[in-house]
Design a protein around this ligand. Structure first.
Ligand code: MN9
Length: 291
């Protein structure tokens, strides 16, 4: 279980000029992050533009990331989909490739009942032997589960944790209090310190892709009880994240990686590439703050 605690970049997906997945750029990103000492990667999450990928592309990513990483770090495959069958297929693929865990957003769009959402997770858990991490992201998925409903899911011993992408740190603390042995990941990078303070065991995030060293340091400072320094670092991180939010997080992150020399291309439509002035403003704010 300790293998799964810590800082996990939610990998972005690089596209080349022909709009194909750029495996070389992905390898560069992964090597850069391994060198920084991240615990592992979250593959095909929201940050990967997962719901804008073709099925074969999604499968290509699971394969490609495992080939690059091997056993050097832990790998969590996000397999969530609106269709239980598709999600099960991705979970089986992740298991066959040797992933450490699967994770899944609940089935979205049709406002499924809790009974249906629970059945979806049970079906997924039953389809492989891998542990499952719930992906709780009410803002994007529209799935609002109560603390009691999340607890009901956590009762299953194969469900080992939650990626909690919500600013409700009270709920986070309630999960940790009731299930201290489960792993809780903080999901909003701008709140990592708050999440850690309320019981999170680590974080899964998109901005880790290009500044993992800051988050690794933040965890270290928190664990050493050096709170004023940790707060200062979170504030600096949040200047960067606020600037990203101005242009769009996904588009901004890809622009930063391009600036760092990694060919990440642009985010897929319906995302729109921000204009040059906006991107310049982003670079002027962010680049001086990156190590
Ligand atoms: O995985 C990420 N969420 C999305 C969590 O990308 C949708 C976060 O890392 C946010 O991107 C980040 C900025 O709000 O905290």
């Amino acid at each position: 279980m300790d293998r799964l605690k810590g800082i996990f970049p939610a990998l972005l997906t690089p596209f080349d000029r022909a709009d194909r997945i750029n495996e070389g750029a992905l390898e560069q990103l992964i090597e850069m992050n391994l060198a920084k000492g991240v615990r592992g990667f979250y593959v095909c999450g929201s940050t990967a533009e997962v719901f804008l990928l073709k099925e074969q592309e999604r499968e290509q990513l699971y394969r490609c990331v495992k080939e690059i990483v091997g056993d050097r770090a832990a790998l969590i495959a996000h397999v969530g989909d609106i269709s239980t069958d598709k999600a099960k297929g991705y979970a089986r693929l992740a298991e066959s490739l040797g992933y450490d865990a699967v994770s899944a957003v609940g089935p979205f769009y049709y406002k499924f009942s809790f009974e249906e959402i629970k059945q979806y997770y049970l079906d997924l858990v039953g389809s492989t032997r891998l542990p499952m991490i719930l992906y709780h992201f009410p803002n994007f998925s529209g799935i609002q589960l109560s603390v009691a409903q999340m607890g009901d899911l956590l009762e299953n011993e194969r469900i080992i944790g939650i990626k909690h992408t919500s600013s409700d740190t009270f709920a986070l603390s309630q999960f940790k209090n009731a299930y201290p042995e489960k792993i809780i990941y903080n999901g909003y990078d701008e709140m990592l310190l708050a999440g850690l303070s309320m019981g999170a065991d680590g974080g899964i995030g998109s901005t880790y892709n290009f500044m993992a060293e800051k988050f690794l340091r933040l965890v270290e400072l928190f664990q050493a009880n050096r709170m004023p320094e940790a707060q200062e670092l979170q504030m600096q991180i949040n200047v960067i994240i606020a600037a990203l939010c101005e242009v769009g997080v996904m588009q901004g992150e890809k622009a930063i990686l391009r600036e760092m020399g990694l060919e990440f291309g642009t985010a897929r439509a319906p995302y729109i590439e921000p204009d040059k002035d906006k991107l310049k403003k982003l670079m002027d704010t962010v680049m001086p703050l990156l190590g």
